[in-house]
Design a protein around this ligand. Structure first.
Ligand code: ATP
Ligand code: MG
Length: 265
C-alpha cells in the first residue's frame, strides 16, 4: 500500500465504540459535520484574585480537510484551546466536539479511545517517554491501539523527518529538534483524522522547520487530515489555508495580534 493513502483518515473518522451517530441521516450529514468545533468555550485556572481566564468564550469551527494556523502572543490561550479540543483538558464551561461527538460526554476510557483513534497531538514540550527509544516512542500509539505497525508508513515518516539515525536513541540522547521531529512522527503514525501541533517548529532551525511543515502539509493535502497548528512564526502560519488569531483568551482580528506582520502565502 502506498504511504499516501488518500481518504484513510476521513473514512476512519466515524469508527470506534464511542462513535455512535447522534443525528439521523448520518451519511449525508457526516460530510457537513466539521472535523471539530467548540461552543462558548471557557477555561479558568485558579480562583478569586488569582483566577486566570485562559479561554474567555471561544466558538470556533474547524472544517474537515483544512489546515488552520493559530497565532497569538504568549499566554493568549492557544495551547489551552488545543488541549481542550483534543480532550486533554476539561473546559470550565462550554462544549467541544470532534465530529459530532461531544467530548464532555466521554468518560476517561472514552477520552482515551478518542485520543488514540482520531487525534494526533504534537506537544509544545514533546512529551516523549524518557525510557523508550525514538522508534518505540513513534510506534507507541500503534502499540496502545493493539495494532501492527505499517512499516512502509513508519519508514516514510522517519526518512522524511530525517530521524532515521536516531531510532535507537532515548529522548535525553537527542537534541530538542530531533525530539520534536520524533514527536511529530508519533502524532502521524496512526494517520489520525485530526492532527494538532503545538508549535511543532518551535525548536527547529529553518531547514528542519520546512521539513516538518511540508510533512504537515502533506498530511493535510494527501491524506485529507484536518490540521491545527500553533505557531509564533508568520512564515510557518502561511502553510495553513486559514489563520486564527488569539489574544487574552479570545479570537481577535489579525490587526489585534501583535505578532502578525501580514506575511502572505
Ligand atoms: N495549569 C495551569 N495553571 C494555571 N494557569 C495556567 C495553566 N496553564 C495555563 N495557564 C495560564 O493560562 C494562560 C494561557 O496559557 P496557554 O498555555 O494556553 O498560552 P499560550 O498561548 O499557549 O502561550 P505560549 O505561546 O507561551 O505557549 C496563561 O496565562 C497561562 O499562564
Ligand atoms: Mg502554548
Amino acid at each position: 500500500m502506498s504511504p499516501v493513502n488518500r481518504g484513510a483518515a476521513a473514512s476512519s473518522e466515524f469508527q470506534g465504540e464511542n462513535m455512535e451517530p447522534t443525528s439521523a441521516g448520518l451519511t449525508e450529514e457526516t460530510q457537513a459535520v466539521p472535523a471539530a468545533h467548540s461552543v462558548a468555550l471557557t477555561k479558568t485556572y485558579g480562583v478569586g484574585q488569582a483566577a486566570v481566564h485562559a479561554l474567555a468564550g471561544i466558538t470556533v469551527t474547524f472544517d474537515r480537510g483544512r489546515f488552520t494556523a493559530v497565532m497569538g502572543p504568549s499566554g493568549s490561550g492557544k495551547s489551552t484551546l488545543m488541549h481542550c479540543m483534543a480532550g486533554l483538558d476539561r473546559p470550565t464551561s462550554g462544549q467541544t466536539f470532534v465530529g459530532d461527538l461531544d467530548i464532555g460526554s466521554l468518560d476517561d476510557a472514552g477520552l482515551t479511545r478518542l485520543r488514540r483513534d482520531r487525534i494526533g497531538f504534537v506537544f509544545q514540550s514533546f512529551n516523549l517517554v524518557p525510557t523508550l527509544t525514538a522508534a518505540e516512542n513513534i510506534t507507541l500509539p500503534v502499540a496502545l491501539a493493539g495494532r501492527k505497525v505499517d512499516q512502509e508508513w513508519f519508514g516514510y515518516l522517519v526518512k522524511e523527518l530525517g530521524i532515521g539515525d536516531r531510532l535507537t536513541h532515548r529522548p535525553n540522547e537527542m537534541s530538542g529538534g530531533q525530539q520534536q521531529r520524533v514527536a511529530c512522527a508519533r502524532a502521524l503514525i496512526n494517520k489520525p483524522a485530526i492532527v494538532l501541533a503545538d508549535e511543532p517548529t518551535g525548536n527547529l532551525d529553518s531547514k528542519n522547520s520546512v521539513i516538518v511543515l511540508d510533512m504537515l502539509r502533506h498530511s493535510n493535502r494527501e491524506l485529507g487530515q484536518t490540521v491545527l497548528m500553533i505557531t509564533h512564526n508568520p512564515e510557518a502560519a502561511s502553510y495553513g489555508d486559514r489563520m486564527i488569531h488569539m489574544r487574552d483568551g479570545e479570537m481577535v482580528a489579525p490587526e489585534k495580534d501583535p505578532q502578525w506582520t501580514g506575511a502572505k502565502r
